[in-house]
Write a protein that binds this ligand. Structure first.
Ligand SMILES: *Cc1c(COP(=O)(O)O)cnc(C)c1O
Length: 428
């Protein structure tokens, strides 16, 4: 008898049918058989639905969603967002090349980051990007020089550190006083006066980004109030701002997390913006994780199970080089057997990779009914996994497929050792 389909919590595009996991109309087992493991699979529909929630929130407004591509910068993913009309938030010259490679409109590209090099500034000016989000007073001076040398004016926004606590992991909070990001609220007016005096700069807006995996509305409202206070004082000093950029940071459901829905969040924020008389400004946002995080799963094969006195280990072929978030932030990813039909009782395992580090774990204390050769799906692996993947232990980076209905397209071939060795030599 057939069991009913049921979508996994937080992952509406991953469902069990007859005990097997499917993403949209594609069986994860079949994808793993065809492409090998570890394999990242992404649901196009989940990404488009996530984007649509923001677009509903901004209906009728002059607003631009710039996908923060560091969350997942694979060309196949960028292409989905470029085709849907998104702009891009980039943090390096390399990311600029990726955005241009998928035909992104340069006017919709904004360049964030605390350490832009002169070469990156030149490259972005030559591409005529929409805006530089400047993060220090020295950067204003250097950008001014570089722009004048190219006979251009750089459009700029200054990233303000609003000093609000996003209530997330310390490594992913960016809007507190002790962070390296942005210019302190108390220095902002001074920095704007300076920027306005530089002939190579064209002051366009203001921005902030307070952190990542934010699951509450209050930090956004607090940051908005702080930013709007500044907009008032900057404009009172005779420097008009045509856009306000509220950054990204909205969280996703990793483990029963309940972030506000993007449309609800923005309805509340826009009501506040209108109430303070700034409803006419162009809005920019920079979501990353919330546009791709729950779209992706990483399918991995169990290599060995190793029962122990203290704990049992389930050793899989994905590792911290593929899925760095647990090692970096003690992050949690749900892990599910791809085939839930196995008879017998589950055992409690630490799911670990083959890398020679004790920090190489993917999940702790997970009840799984698995044997060597079985497949596991690591969920919510769309953001900050592949884009952070490394070659540590000379492991090849995984393959990636983009799923749309029943069709799955290979968007990244599995890396080879030849790829890894190509740029090296033994020296003299
Ligand atoms: C990383 C980053 C984002 C995106 O953050 P998410 O938490 O992935 O939404 C947006 N803006 C800036 C400046 C960033 O550094």
């Amino acid at each position: 008898m057939s069991k009913p389909d049921h979508a996994l919590p937080g992952e509406p595009h991953v469902a069990r049918r007859d005990g097997q996991l499917w993403m949209e109309g594609a069986s994860l087992q079949a994808l793993a058989r065809e492409h090998g493991t570890p394999l990242f699979a992404y649901s196009r529909q989940w990404m488009l639905d996530a984007l649509a929630a923001y677009q509903r929130g901004f209906a009728g407004r002059d607003a631009l969603v710039c996908y923060a591509m560091k969350a997942n910068s694979s060309l196949g993913i960028l292409n989905v967002f470029a085709q849907a009309g998104c702009g891009f938030d980039i943090v390096s010259g390399g990311e600029l090349e990726r955005a241009l490679a998928v035909g992104a409109d340069p006017a919709k590209i904004i360049f964030s980051g605390v350490g832009k090099t002169r070469a990156e500034m030149r490259q972005a000016l030559s591409a005529s990007i929409g805006c530089f989000n400047v993060e220090s007073e020295e950067e204003l001076d250097v950008l001014n020089e570089v722009a004048l040398a190219q006979g251009q004016r750089a459009k700029v926004s200054i990233r303000i550190n609003p000093d609000v606590d996003p209530k997330t992991h310390p490594y992913i909070s960016t809007g507190l006083k002790g962070n390296k990001f942005g210019i302190a609220h108390s220095r902002a007016l001074h920095a704007y006066r300076h920027a306005a005096s530089l002939p190579g700069l064209d002051v366009k807006g203001i921005d902030c980004h307070i952190g990542s995996q934010i699951t509450e509305t209050a930090p956004y409202l607090d940051a908005m109030e702080r930013v709007l206070d500044l907009v008032e004082s900057i404009e009172a000093a005779g420097i008009p701002l045509s856009h306000i950029d509220f950054g990204g940071g909205l969280g996703i459901d990793y483990n029963g997390d309940t972030p506000p829905a993007a449309d609800d969040l923005w309805r509340q924020l826009l009501a506040r913006l209108d109430a303070r008389g700034f409803g006419d400004r162009k809005l920019i946002i920079e979501p990353g994780r919330s546009l791709v995080g729950n779209a992706g799963v990483c399918v991995t094969e169990v290599l060995f199970t190793k029962p122990g006195e203290d704990r049992n280990f389930c050793i899989v072929d994905a590792a911290m080089n593929d899925l760095p978030r647990p090692a970096m932030y003690q992050a949690f990813h749900r892990i599910e057997a791809v085939d839930a039909n196995r008879e017998g009782a589950p055992l409690r395992y630490d799911v670990v990779g083959p890398v020679c580090e004790s920090g190489d774990w993917i999940g702790r204390d997970r009840d799984l009914n698995v044997r060597a050769g079985d497949l596991l799906a690591v969920l919510s692996a769309g953001a900050y996994c592949m884009s952070m993947a490394s070659n540590y232990n000379t492991r090849n980076r995984a393959a990636e497929v983009l799923v749309g209905g029943e069709k799955a397209t290979l968007i990244r071939k599995r890396e080879t050792i030849a790829d890894q060795l190509r740029s090296e030599s033994v020296g003299d």
